[in-house]
Design a protein around this ligand. Structure first.
Ligand code: FAD
Ligand code: DHB
Length: 392
């Protein structure tokens, strides 16, 4: 079997790249370890930045998004018993973010790929890559109990943080930056309408909490917890009492309670592999970088990479221009380090770290006051949250 671009992973990065290439008449094959139903229903990120939304619309994927996406103009930071709103729409000169769950985006992409008759293998774990360095690139995978080979011009490693593609780069050719945080998020999905239409962050001395939205009748809520916490250790009563304590303030409607339909714990880390390309292999999305979810940047960063990689492959195949491909990693990393800075900065500003003394806690408060209470602070938050420019 042979294709122009072999794509490992059918997450948002792999599916979007395949869709972009298809629109330009470039052939690709997706090889995915999980089953199609699992990929379509995985519950993950929820917020799209302006550039991601423009990308969706530009690629003909704006239909369901236009009906289900909830435009956001502000975030309400709660600390010191008060609400401190950042109207990021006003601060950024009219840019927005949208609540649109990742599984809806994956559904849109999957439907578009299926309708176009895309070649995709599910329940097909990739076992190793070959010939990555100097041509004759091959993806080895298993399907229906038999080993398979996919020969390709290029390989897009879109296989997430625990995939196999990053490991195909020799250890002395890649530098890895890593920080693991001493806490995680307990995330729940509740059948309850959000009390206001805005995402709300609770920066409380007993730990961080967040209220986000999934639909007019469903809220997504997070609580800072231990990184190895068992979700079962949190009874529904304990969850609601911590959410009220960390999020409610006088004069604002309290968190609405409802049936909890899902509970899970996500550990938190910052991670980056440099460079993001090696020979014929290009890493995109979580395969190359992880951010703590505080800035809602994981999914958006995957989309930014794919935008650069898709354009580079089109330039190569359509116009014979290789410089785009050659500078893929440098272009993505320049933006990604700024995204890492924003995500890690917010993460350390709003969480309680074990062992922090009163001075550090007071500095966190000063950071929050600067960010929400000054024009410069609000502008910085606004341009990062709604998304930095993509590409050179
Ligand atoms: P993925 O979505 O991870 O897709 C990679 C795909 O590759 C998967 O389908 C996987 O099955 C497949 N794969 C892996 N190994 C192989 C193999 N050997 N062979 C074949 N296929 C393989 N981001 C936010 O911004 N906000 C959030 O609230 C948030 N919550 C998250 C919660 C969880 C539990 C997780 C795991 C992530 C969360 N993220 C969040 C991050 C965001 O979801 C990711 O950044 C996004 O999914 C990245 O997309 P991707 O396509 O790069 O990788
Ligand atoms: C979600 C929203 C955010 O604003 C964020 O920073 C992280 C996650 C969410 O809706 O899941």
């Amino acid at each position: 079997m042979r294709t122009q671009v072999g794509i490992v992973g059918a997450g948002p990065a792999g599916l979007m790249l395949s869709h972009m290439l298809h629109l330009e008449g470039i052939d690709s094959v997706i090889v995915e370890r999980a089953g199609q139903e699992h990929v379509r229903t995985r519950l993950r990120a929820g917020v799209l930045e302006q550039g991601t939304v423009e990308m969706l619309r530009g690629l003909g994927l704006g239909g369901r998004f236009g009906r289900l996406g909830l435009e956001q103009h502000a975030i309400d930071f709660r600390f010191a018993g008060e609400s401190h709103r950042i109207d990021f729409h006003a601060a950024s000169g009219g840019r927005s973010a949208w609540v649109y769950p990742q599984h809806e985006l994956v559904t849109d992409l999957m439907d578009a790929r299926v309708a176009a008759g895309a070649c995709m293998f599910f329940e097909a774990p990739v076992t190793r890559l070959e010939g990555v360095r100097d041509g004759n690139a091959v993806i080895h995978f298993e399907h229906d109990g038999a080993p398979q080979r996919l020969e390709c011009d290029y390989i897009a490693g879109c296989d997430g943080f625990r995939g196999v593609c990053r490991d195909a780069i020799p250890a002395d050719e890649v530098k890895v930056y890593d920080r693991v945080y001493p806490f995680g998020w307990l995330g729940i999905l509740a059948d309850a309408p959000a009390p206001t239409s805005e995402i709300t962050w609770g920066c409380h001395e007993d730990g961080f909490a967040m209220l986000s939205i999934r639909s007019p009748s469903v809220t997504r809520l997070y609580l800072q917890c231990a990184p190895d916490e068992e979700p079962e250790a949190w009874s529904d009563d304990r969850i609601w009492s911590e959410l009220h304590k960390r999020l409610d303030v006088p004069d604002m409607p309290p968190v609405n309670e409802g049936r909890i339909s899902q509970k899970g714990v996500t550990a938190m880390r910052s991670f980056l592999a440099e460079p993001m390309q090696y020979g014929r292999l290009f890493l995109a999305g979580d395969a190359a970088h992880i951010v703590p979810p505080t800035g809602a940047k994981g999914l958006n960063s995957a989309m930014a990479d794919v935008q650069v990689l898709g354009r580079a492959l089109v330039e190569h195949y359509k116009r014979g221009a290789g410089t785009w491909l050659a500078s893929y990693s440098a272009i993505c990393l320049k933006r990604m380090w700024l995204v890492q800075r924003f995500s890690a900065g917010l993460c350390t500003m709003v969480h309680q770290f074990p062992g922090d003394n009163a001075f550090v806690r007071r500095l966190q408060r000063a950071d929050l006051e600067y960010m929400t209470g000054t024009v410069a602070g609000r502008l910085q938050f606004a341009e990062n949250f709604t998304g930095l420019p993509i590409g050179a």
